[in-house]
Design a protein around this ligand. Structure first.
Ligand code: IPM
Ligand code: MN
Length: 356
């Protein structure tokens, strides 16, 4: 019998709609070929939601995502909404959605495609074979800590983690490490912050349940430097919300373009799958965005949320094949490109290869 899945679609702002359309194109091609049926429901978030309803995270979206098997999301934000008060900003909508969905574990794999070793600004020898996973805590830390206030002469935020919050993200990281090289580097700022000292102690506790996994700790400033100096030393990087945000952007440059890296946010129930990059308003609507991060996110969705690993493999292989054949979007066009393609052409190529 054909398996049927309900997929929530949130296109968002800027390049969001273009890149999500390409991911849907690929999902349709691969699901037909693999005999499953995906039903899409579009929902509003961010600037698009503000324009339509006045707020960045409408109730219908919160209710809608809970009726889905998984949610694919593009990107939100843009200059048009930058001057709004914080609670009305597009980003606040995304953070609210992550919180409402309970997606506390954000998995951001950074792998380097062999075909693109020359695309990185780092030397090929440094990045070749990089395969690391940033496990970023996503619904706590300074992004959500109370109190937070903005006044005329001062402003503050609060970085807070409870034991339960650290434990559960650490457990996710250890489970992932068990399926990889069994090495975790937990990144914090324990030489300065109490919250990091607490993070470190709690991760140590969880580590006792996973004696096979080697756990090391690193301060975040050093980790930023080591990611650039010798990225191959890392297997799983476990870290909090803001450090994970920053380090995953840095890690993306190992791969050559931030337009390549996908992410999966999982936790309580329905998972949210999104590229790690933003809405790139400067190139929106020009058809030059790189849809591969979103297409890879769709692959992560098939694998992690729907258990359709064969379909996911098809997409991953199709991406490698397209890169091998020399198809490149503008962001990676300087490097061994045979043909520079548009966002939609890249989607066509991946869809065709993935359906074979
Ligand atoms: C990301 C983004 C978001 C974050 C923004 C848009 C709120 O940078 O997903 O990495 O900081 O988490
Ligand atoms: Mn970010």
């Amino acid at each position: 019998m054909t398996k049927s899945y309900k997929i929530g679609i949130i296109k968002g702002d800027g390049i969001g709609p273009e890149i999500v359309d390409e991911a849907i194109k690929v999902l349709d091609a691969v699901s037909v070929a693999q005999g499953c049926n995906l039903k899409y429901t579009e929902m509003l978030l961010g600037g698009a939601a503000i324009d339509e309803t006045g707020i960045p995270l409408p109730d219908e979206t919160i209710q809608g995502v809970n009726k889905c098997d998984a949610v694919l999301f593009g990107a939100i934000g843009g200059p048009k909404w930058d001057n709004l008060e914080r609670h009305l900003r597009p980003e606040t909508g995304l953070l609210g959605l992550r919180k409402a969905m309970g997606t506390f574990a954000n998995l951001r794999p950074a792998t380097v495609y062999d075909e693109l070793v020359n695309a990185s600004t780092l030397k090929p020898g440094v990045v070749e074979g990089v395969d690391l996973m940033v496990v970023r805590e996503l619904t706590g830390g300074i992004y959500f800590g109370q109190p937070r206030e903005l006044h005329e002469e001062k402003a503050f935020n609060t970085m807070i983690y409870t034991r339960e919050e650290v434990r559960r993200i650490a457990e996710v990281a250890f489970e992932i490490a068990m399926k990889r090289q069994k090495r975790i580097c937990s990144v914090d700022k324990a030489n300065v912050l109490e919250v990091s000292q607490f993070w470190r102690e709690t991760v140590e506790e969880v580590a006792k349940e996973y004696p096979e996994v080697e756990l090391t700790h690193m301060y975040v400033d050093n980790a930023a430097m080591q990611l650039i100096r010798e990225p191959k030393q890392f297997d799983v990087i476990l870290t909090g919300n803001i450090f994970g945000d920053i380090l995953s952007d840095a890690a993306s440059m190992l791969s050559g373009s931030i337009g390549l890296l996908p992410s999966a946010s999982t936790g309580r129930g329905v998972g949210l799958f999104e590229p790690i990059h933003g809405s790139a308003p400067d190139i929106a609507g020009q058809g030059i965005a790189n849809p591969l991060a979103t297409i890879s996110s769709a692959s992560m969705m098939l694998r992690h949320a729907l258990g359709e690993s064969k379909a996911a493999d098809k997409i991953d292989d199709a991406i490698k094949k397209a890169l091998k054949e020399g198809y490149r979007t503008g962001d990676i066009a300087d490097y061994d490109a045979k043909e520079v393609v548009t966002c939609s052409e890249m989607g066509d190529i991946i869809a065709e290869y993935a359906s074979k």
